[in-house]
Design a protein. Structure first.
Lengths: 107, 120
């Protein structure tokens, strides 16, 4: 089973700041890595698929990069509505796995 | 428009069997490439993938839970069911169903989730 480790677990940031969240896989997963945003009491929402492809309707301040074992999600010019927990997910091999999540707090 | 909705009991007792149903619209699970997964999230904890059923009735399970899980589909009713046996308080979680396709293996569509509490 592939383990995904996100960093950091928690980050407190100010509006307009740039934020980068990383996700490291325990073995190479190509580009089969996806990012989700989850706000309290809501279902997760897909942001980025296959490491760097923006999902339809997602603001352009969200971007992703990486391949193999190291991936990152970047949020440029953070907005208050970006307060949420972010998860990475690998679909390279079954069983699918998720990272432990990164909670973003907006100061 | 793709929608999914989970239903099932809100409360089950330890050792009981849980049956959840995912009712969906906007696609057919008989269409080649379609898949539906179950994912759960204990309160305050991360997401955990549980199982997937494919258009051709192929089934896949979480390694740690596969002895307790059964996933099935009723194509005529647009439903996917998940059965989990021998429920424990640690299984308390919000259970989600989500759709993916075999060519686009990410969860673009999610249900709103259903909270299941395991308590005597």
């Amino acid at each position: 089973e592939i383990v995904l480790t996100q960093s950091p677990d928690f980050q407190s940031v100010t509006p307009k700041e740039k934020v980068t969240i990383t996700c490291r896989a325990s073995q190479s997963i190509g580009r089969n890595l996806h990012w989700y945003q989850q706000k309290p009491d809501q279902s997760p929402k897909l942001l980025i698929k296959y490491a760097s492809q923006s999902f339809s309707g997602v603001p352009s301040r969200f971007s992703g990069s990486g391949s193999g074992t190291d991936f990152s999600l970047t949020i440029n010019s953070l907005e208050a509505e970006d307060a949420a927990t972010y998860y990475c997910h690998q679909s390279n091999s079954l069983p699918y796995t998720f990272g432990q999540g990164t909670k973003l707090e907006i100061k | 428009q793709v929608t999914l909705r989970e239903s099932g009991p809100a409360l089950v007792k330890p050792t009981q069997t849980l049956t959840l149903t995912c009712t969906f619209s906007g696609f057919s699970l008989s269409t080649s490439g379609m898949c539906v997964s179950w994912i759960r999230q204990p309160p305050g904890k991360p997401l955990e993938w549980l199982a997937r059923i494919d258009w051709d009735d192929d089934k896949h399970y979480s390694t740690s839970l596969k002895t307790r899980l059964t996933i099935s589909k009723d194509t005529s009713k647009n439903q996917v069911a998940l059965i989990m046996t021998n429920m424990d308080p640690l299984d308390t979680a919000t259970y989600y169903c989500a759709r993916m396709t075999i060519s686009d293996t990410n969860f673009q569509y999610w249900g709103q989730g259903t909270l299941v509490t395991v308590s005597s």
